[in-house]
Design a protein around this ligand. Structure first.
Ligand SMILES: Nc1ncnc2c1ncn2[C@@H]1O[C@H](COP(=O)(O)OP(=O)(O)O)[C@@H](O)[C@H]1O
Ligand SMILES: O=c1ccn([C@@H]2O[C@H](COP(=O)(O)O)[C@@H](O)[C@H]2O)c(=O)[nH]1
Length: 214
């Protein structure tokens, strides 16, 4: 018997371009229909990349964005605790093209369901402690690389050369050092990516069970 939760937090981790956003968005869209549009939110760990406005663009591109120290996990954890207490939070907005935070924030009000998604979420014990369930997207790394290459060129204003250089310098080594070992902390490991229909249905059923709405 699961006890009823006022705020269910689901963490989705995995390599860059493993399908975290896609699965989070799919669950969000499908559960919104049942729970109501204002009862579910997706929070992206990327919004919590540290502010780099004090650095030049030349310096910003050298940052290791795949190391836990690039992210303000303290602020993210505080925001999750505030949402659980029924308080609204101001989530930062981040620009991948400017490689820094923007001046605007987004107000997030307390919700029944928060879906958190991000590469390094499961590396941090305090963040894991806030989650009711955690998922690791176990998509093969070569598939992730191909998807990242086309996504970053099409959507994040990057050149093919810069994506390849960054992949070899930080993305792959940090995946092996931090992200892949964090898989051990996941409750569910999802193979093949963001379109795994059975995984989506299992996660929706678990969220409903935690909310006791089924
Ligand atoms: N199973 C899949 N089949 C085809 N394309 C996919 C699949 N999963 C994700 N993608 C695509 O790969 C890219 C990266 O996926 P995304 O969900 O943004 O990854 P992440 O959030 O883990 O970085 C996106 O363009 C997405 O549409
Ligand atoms: O300024 C930045 C900030 C982040 N990145 C890369 O983004 C991915 C994480 O985002 P996903 O949506 O999970 O792909 C991470 O691997 C960073 O390398 C960046 O390139 N520039």
């Amino acid at each position: 018997m699961t006890s009823k939760q006022e705020c269910v937090i689901i963490g989705i981790a995995g390599a860059s371009a493993s399908g975290k956003s896609l699965i989070a968005r799919t669950i969000y869209n499908e559960l919104r229909r049942d729970l109501g549009t204002d009862q579910i939110e997706v929070i992206n760990e990327d919004a919590y990349y540290k502010d780099q406005t004090h650095l030049t663009m030349e310096e910003r591109v050298k940052t290791n964005y795949d190391h836990p120290s690039a992210l303000d996990h303290r602020l993210l954890c505080d925001h999750l605790k505030q949402l659980k207490r029924g308080e609204s939070v101001e989530v930062p907005t981040y620009s991948y093209t400017e490689h820094t935070r923007l001046a605007e924030t987004v107000t997030v009000t307390p919700k029944k369901v928060i879906i958190l998604e991000g590469i390094l979420l499961l590396t941090e014990p305090e963040l894991r402690a806030q989650m009711n369930a955690s998922i690791f997207m176990d998509t093969p790394l070569d598939i992730c690389f191909i998807r990242r290459l086309s996504r970053d060129v099409e959507e994040r204003g990057r050149s093919m050369e810069s994506v390849i250089e960054q992949y070899q310098r930080t993305v792959r080594p940090m995946f092996l050092q931090f992200i892949d070992p964090s898989k051990q902390h996941a409750d569910i490991i999802v193979p093949r990516g963001g379109k795994n229909r059975i995984a989506i249905d299992i996660l929706k059923a678990k969220i409903r069970q935690l909310l006791h709405t089924d």
